[in-house]
Structures are given as C-alpha cells and as structure tokens.
Design a protein around this ligand. Structure first.
Ligand SMILES: [Zn+2]
Length: 419
C-alpha cells in the first residue's frame, strides 16, 4: 500500500519495535503443525464470512478448509470463482501480504497455487510460531483465548486467558454434574471459582467474556437457567439473552477472583454473528458494578464504534482494545483512531491483536495493516502541526506495546520474558 511521506516515515519507524499481540485464539504449535496446510490456510478463518456472502456454500468452504488431501489445483478450481469478489476486501489482505512479503508472489493464481501450498507446508514444522511471531513480527507475547488448550501453551510466547462465558453453556454444567458434584447452583459457582483458581496458579493472564446485558443476578432466575442447561433438549430452546441470569451469577463470582488477583477482563463486543447481542454498552452496568476490576473492551463493538469509544472515555476501569479492527476495516479504524486521539487518554488504548486460530501466517499481514492504521492516524496530526514525528512514534509504541503490557500486567513477577 502506498503511504504519504509522513505516514511512511512513521510506518518505517515502527517496523522493528517490540509488539504485544493483544488477542489470539491460536492452537498450540504442536496442534497446528500436526495438520497439513495448503494455500487455502491463508484464506481460511475470517475470509469465511466474505466467502459465504460472496456465494460459496458452507459445504465447499468446509472441504477447502478441512480436506487435507485435496490437491491444490482442485481447491483452486473451487476457490477461483469466488476469489475475485473478496480479493480487495480487508479480510483477504493479510493473505496477499504473506504471498508478497514472504513468498514473493503478486497474487495467488492457478499457476502458483501448488508452489504456494508446498512452501507453506515446508515451513509447517517445529519453530513455526517462533519464526512468524517473534522473528518476523517482533511479538514479545500474545494473549490467547482458547480454553480447550489452556495448559498446553509455551507461556513465554502465548499467554492464555480464562474464558468464563463457557460456564453459561450446557457443556460446562453437564461436565460439572458428571463429576458427581452437588446438583445445586451454589456448588456449581464454587466449582467455577475453583477452576479459575487452578488455572490462575498454572498461569492465566486475564479473563475473557462476551459483552452481555448484565444486571445484578436474581438467584431464582439463575437457578432456572442452571436447571435448563442440564438437558441438551431444554438448552436448545434457550436464546443468548435467556442465559444471562446465570452468566451474571458466574461473572459476579469470577470477577471477585479477578479483583483479588488484579486480572484484567477482556470483553468481546460486536462484529460477529448477531452483533446486537454483544453491544459494547452492555458493559456499562457490569463495569459500574465492579469498579475495582479492569475491563478491556474489544473490537470497538463494531458497528457501534462511537458508543464503544465513549465507554472507553467515560469509565476509568475500561480500556479499548482494537484487536481484529484493522482487518475488518482499515478505513474505519483510521477514522476511529483519529477520534480516539481527541477523546481517549493515550494509555487507554491497545492497537493490535490479530485474532486467528490456525493461520498464524496471517498475523504478519494483520500487524502490517494495524501499523499502517496507526501511522495514518498519527501522520494527520503531524501534517497539521499538532505533534512531531518523535511524539507520534512514542504514542504508537504505547498503543502497540506499553499499554497491553500494563493493562494485562504482562511483566508480572515470574513471567517477565527473559531478555
Ligand atoms: Zn477473538
């Protein structure tokens, strides 16, 4: 992407700075390299939303993503009709940045899809995460939300969060009952806290929650949800909102643990699925009920970005984390960063988290895009004479490194990276 002279000077200055990747779902490296990859790994994950909107059937997407034995030429035949419709979109750009920066191709074609696949598979071996995240991206550590693998990470590089939304779902309630624990809500909430304490002791760097319409839990209502979740048939009839009395009860207990141990609570909002359910303003009553707990509000609640910015501005225990935003829309991200410079204290914003599960390669392109957004927003202030390059570079470093270290206390005793 061509940048202006000021944007480019700032961007180049950010090329080698240390970065915290403030949100991922990456599986442990052993699980990633246990599977074969091909060119489609670059177009998996978030591209799925655009491919579905462009008309690709769920079955075709599944085959492209999961069939590890299908030859690349066959995959290209399925992918080619849809690719022109998504290739200029920002979800596709991290894939194209990897093709260009690392493999040296201007674009993916029928002629190079086999070579691209072979080179991705060649690199799909021990040390992949080190090479991509540390060597290429200069990522000191990444916060990762993936409760299936919580205790399997190299915790120097990948720092897991404890996902508490899971406890408002039947699989958790049924796991609890299968452990032959007392069948009442109180016992369940004690078990949830014991689980959190166990994970905290082996290493957890925060809690993860989805924004939901919180109010002080009414225990009878929470008990009714707890009972309904004991049967998969009854659970199938519940909406997201129906679960909230139980989630509120879980939160009140889990957030007590967060408060005691100064663990920050990451809060997903907006973007995905029925994004009305995870409106960023739902965080207001929760943040007010727990003034001593620190919350980190994700994704600017897209599309409710102005509301999210005001939540970050008005509530001292809420910071804004722009993970995922740079690839949802860089244009929108640049505009919001510009407004954040007006409204949000500099230490209250985190500018990068790549949010991938399998496609670790795409972290590189996502980081390039996030740095471009930061450089473009700050360059405008320099060109207007409101700050100089050194001041802008210092702000960028806060947003990309110092703030996530502080918000998640990443240099806590015993966990600071050996340097
Ligand atoms: Zn995520």
């Amino acid at each position: 992407m061509r940048l202006s002279a000021t944007e480019s000077e700032l961007f180049e200055g950010l090329r080698d700075i240390p970065v915290i990747d403030a949100h991922e779902h990456l599986v442990p490296e052993a699980a990633r390299i246990a599977r074969n990859v091909d060119f489609f790994v670059l177009f998996s994950h978030y591209c799925s939303a655009d491919l579905a909107s462009a008309g690709m059937s769920p079955d075709t997407y599944r085959r492209l993503q999961d069939d590890e034995d299908m030859p690349p030429e066959e995959k290209w035949r399925l992918f080619e009709p849809h690719y022109p419709m998504i290739r200029y979109g920002s979800y596709a750009r991290p894939a194209r940045i990897w093709l260009k920066d690392v493999l040296g191709f201007d674009d993916l074609t029928g002629a190079n899809c086999r070579e691209v696949s072979e080179r991705l598979q060649e690199a799909n071996c021990v040390g992949l995460y080190q090479r991509v995240l540390r060597d290429r991206c200069h990522i000191e550590s990444a916060l990762v939300d993936n409760s299936e693998h919580h205790t399997e990470y190299d915790m120097d590089l990948l720092r897991p969060l404890w996902r508490i939304t899971d406890f408002a779902f039947g699989h958790s309630v049924r796991a609890y009952l299968a452990a032959e624990k007392p069948g009442a809500l109180d016992g369940y909430l004690d078990w949830v806290c014991a689980r959190g304490e166990e994970l905290r002791q082996v290493g957890t760097f925060g809690l993860k929650l989805i924004s939901f319409p919180y109010s002080r839990p009414v225990m009878d209502e929470a008990e009714a949800v707890f009972e309904a979740l004991q049967s998969p048939e009854r659970e199938a009839q519940l909406t997201w909102t129906d679960r909230t009395p139980l989630l509120a009860a879980v939160c009140d207990r889990a957030l007590e643990l967060a408060r005691r141990h100064s663990l920050t609570v990451a809060v997903h909002s907006g973007v995905w699925g029925d994004f009305r359910d995870s409106h960023p303003c739902h965080l207001i009553p929760l943040a007010m009920a727990h003034p001593d707990v620190r919350f980190d509000l994700f994704h600017l609640g897209m599309p409710f970005v102005r509301e999210a910015v005001l939540v970050g501005k008005m509530f001292p225990n809420v910071s804004l984390n722009l993970c995922w935003n740079a690839v949802v829309s860089p244009e929108l991200t640049v505009r919001v960063l510009d407004e954040c410079l007006d409204m949000v204290p500099l230490n209250n914003l985190i500018a990068f988290g790549a949010d991938y599960r399998i496609a670790v390669e795409k972290v590189h392109g996502h980081l390039v895009m996030a740095k471009e957004c930061v450089a473009r927003a700050l360059a405008k202030r320099i060109d207007r004479g409101q700050m100089d390059v050194a001041e802008a570079a210092a702000i960028a470093r806060l947003w990309l490194y110092d703030n996530p270290v502080a918000v998640y206390n990443l240099h806590r005793e015993g966990w600071a990276r050996r340097r």
